[in-house]
Write a new protein. Structure first.
Length: 224
C-alpha cells in the first residue's frame, strides 16, 4: 500500500496561516490534495493538522487528522518526526510520499514519475529536484582551528560555467519525497539508502516561503 502525507499545521511565521490561505479561490493545501488525487496511486492521503482542518470531511481515501500533537506541530518539529509518527500509526503502508502544501505548482505526472523511480529496485528513496546554478556559501562557519571561515558549496579552484552547472547541479525543491517503509524505519528520515533524483522543470518547482513567492505562484497559476 502507498500513502501520501500532506502536513497542514496552523502556525507559520513568514505568512500567517499560510497552509489555509486562499490561493486563486481555494486553500493552499487543497492544491496539493487535488494533485495527489489526480495521481491515482495512493491508497490513503493523510491531511495532518493541529486544528486547522475543522469542517474538512474525510473519505475512504482521504484521512483527516486534525489532532496532531503540539510536540509535532511547533517550529522545532521536523517533518521526518511527523512521518515516523504516521509510519507507526499505519503499519500496512509500505511506501510513503511527503507532499508539502507549499509546492502548489507540482503536477500529478511529477508524482507518478517519482513513484515509478521508487518502484525501480535500485532506489530506496526519491527526492524531487530542479536544475540549479546557484553557487552557495555558508557564512562564518567555524573551522577546525575555531576560526570563522566562510565555506563554498563548490570547488573554488574548479569553478564551472553556468552551462555546466545546469547539467550537473540540482536543487532540492521541496515538492515530492518518496521513501520505502524500511528506509524510513531504519534512517528515521525521509531520505536514505540509495537516493534517486526526480528532476522537475523550474516552472513547477516554486516553493512558497514568503509573500514574494506567493505573488509569483499566483502569477504562474494565472497563466494556466
Amino acid at each position: 500500500m502507498t500513502a501520501a502525507l500532506i502536513p497542514c499545521r496552523k502556525g507559520s511565521k513568514s505568512i500567517p496561516n499560510k497552509n489555509f490561505r486562499l490561493l486563486k479561490g481555494k486553500p493552499l493545501y487543497q492544491w496539493t490534495l487535488d494533485t495527489a488525487l489526480k495521481a491515482k496511486l495512493f491508497d490513503k492521503i493523510i491531511l495532518s493538522s493541529d486544528g486547522g482542518l475543522e469542517g474538512v470531511e474525510g473519505t475512504d481515501v482521504i484521512i483527516v487528522d486534525n489532532n496532531r500533537s503540539a510536540e509535532l506541530s511547533d517550529d522545532k518539529a521536523s517533518l521526518d518526526a511527523v512521518m515516523c509518527y504516521y509510519l507507526n500509526e499505519y503499519p500496512e503502508i509500505k511506501q510513503w510520499c511527503l507532499l508539502q502544501p507549499t509546492s502548489p505548482l507540482r503536477h500529478w505526472k511529477d508524482i507518478r514519475k517519482a513513484h515509478k523511480m521508487l518502484q525501480n529496485s535500485k532506489y530506496d528513496s526519491v527526492v524531487s529536484v530542479t536544475p540549479g546554478t546557484c553557487m552557495y556559501w555558508l557564512k562564518d562557519a567555524v573551522d577546525i582551528m575555531d576560526k570563522p571561515h566562510s565555506i563554498a558549496t563548490y570547488h573554488i579552484h574548479a569553478r564551472q560555467n553556468r552551462q555546466q552547472r545546469m547539467k550537473e547541479w540540482f536543487q532540492e525543491n521541496g515538492a515530492i519525497y518518496f521513501t520505502n517503509r524500511y528506509t524510513l524505519e531504519y534512517e528515521g528520515c525521509r531520505l536514505g539508502g540509495t537516493i534517486g533524483l526526480c528532476v522537475m522543470p523550474k516552472e513547477r518547482s516554486f516553493e512558497i516561503d514568503d509573500e514574494l513567492d506567493w505573488r509569483i505562484v499566483e502569477m504562474m497559476l494565472g497563466k494556466k
